[in-house]
Write a protein that binds this ligand. Structure first.
Ligand code: SAH
Length: 346
């Protein structure tokens, strides 16, 4: 009778130690294997050269290592790298390395596809297939760290959860992945260098505050008027701005961590004076900053980036109220690696 092998990386270090103890070996063996699996990124049990052959065989009989594989890597003229990542079950997600003169940022996916239906986002065209496991998120980060060292001679410095999927709809696994990334066995990265971006799920934002997470929160706002926001982000109907506002206030009260609002300005959608006023008002609730993101067109031409004059109006209105505002140029457009363009085209 064949037994279904377990994903060894679903085990904690203690569980691994216990496995070895149970099988008459030393618990310490668990630490060694754990290190191979996480710090050293072993893809097979045979890579584990300081583990006895017989022990490797036992592991082989009981477990599998579900490693991701970078199937295809594309490099943009601006240095941005996009990885098409194959998961153990054949599904594919994308992750992106974004270099600037001072940092390397990894943009990682949290789900295969997405269950939200943002009208301006290419990922929304793929239906949500499944959540990523913690190790699948972690592996994307490790792959990008490796590429950063190889192509830019420096380790990865920042991570944003702005790839495919809605991270707060896969909260448990995202948290586990971040725990691993920030632990000494992972990249020992400071959580302050990690940003989780969400369309805004109020209940989970509050839970994050209760969990006292140390990473940063970004909210994809795009409009501070319910009617407008619902027309471009239909799930706003279920989670209206009033609920989002309360969740963000709760978040700030507990964490004292400034919130970033991501915002694209489109022709004929949110380019009126009242749209600007609504955003300025929304920004008065908690200390925040606004990232005005350049729109990355996706095929159908339904949306068009508003002219610079409107962007200037936004900047002036926000700055008048001392709200920090950055204009974010898009990166990696030529390889469909920019925000909202991840759609497994290749
Ligand atoms: N689901 C999460 C994270 C993924 S989207 C979220 O909504 O935040 C990452 C960012 O890209 C979000 O701010 C999203 O609104 C933005 N985005 C989506 N499509 C875009 C497009 N075509 N051009 C520019 N930004 C886009």
């Amino acid at each position: 009778m064949s037994v279904k092998k377990k994903d060894i990386r679903a085990l904690s270090k203690d569980q691994l130690r216990f496995f070895f103890e149970e099988s008459g070996d030393k618990a310490f063996r668990g630490n060694q294997v754990y290190e191979w699996l996480w710090s050293k990124g072993a893809h097979s049990f045979d890579d584990m050269t300081n583990i006895a052959k017989a022990t490797r065989k036992t592991l082989e009989e009981n477990f599998v290592i579900n490693h991701i594989r970078v199937d295809q890597m594309q490099r943009s003229t601006d240095g941005t790298i996009k990885n098409a990542v194959r998961l153990h079950d054949g599904l594919i997600v994308e992750s992106v390395l974004i270099p600037t003169p001072t940092r390397t940022t990894a943009c990682v996916s949290s789900q295969v596809g997405c269950s939200l239906d943002c009208k301006f986002c290419a990922t929304a065209r793929l239906k949500r297939m499944r959540n990523l496991n913690p190790d699948e998120i972690y592996d994307q980060v490790m792959a990008i760290d490796k590429e950063s060292r190889l192509y830019y001679n420096r380790p990865l410095s920042n991570i944003v959860f702005m790839g495919m999927g809605e991270p707060l709809m896969n909260y448990k696994n995202v948290i586990k992945a971040i725990d691993k990334i920030t632990s000494p066995e992972g990249l020992a990265m400071s959580p302050k260098r990690i940003t989780v971006s969400t369309s805004g799920v109020p209940k989970i934002i509050k839970k994050m505050a209760d969990d006292e997470v140390k990473f940063k929160l970004a909210v994809s706002l795009h409009s501070a008027i319910d009617e407008v926001r619902t027309s471009i982000m239909p799930f706003n109907e279920t989670f209206p701005l009033q609920d989002l506002k309360e969740a963000i206030e709760y978040w700030y009260e507990k964490t004292k961590s400034r919130v970033t609002y991501e915002y694209v300005v489109w022709d004929g959608i949110n380019d009126r004076k009242e749209d600007i006023n609504a955003l300025v008002r929304f920004c008065s609730y908690v200390p925040c900053k606004v990232n005005l993101i350049e729109y990355n067109p996706i095929d159908d031409g339904m949306f068009q980036q508003a002219p610079n004059r409107v962007i200037e109006d936004y900047i002036n209105a926000l700055e008048q109220k001392n709200i920090i505002v950055n204009v974010r140029r898009s990166r990696g457009k030529d390889i469909d690696a920019a925000c909202g363009q991840l759609a497994n085209k290749t």
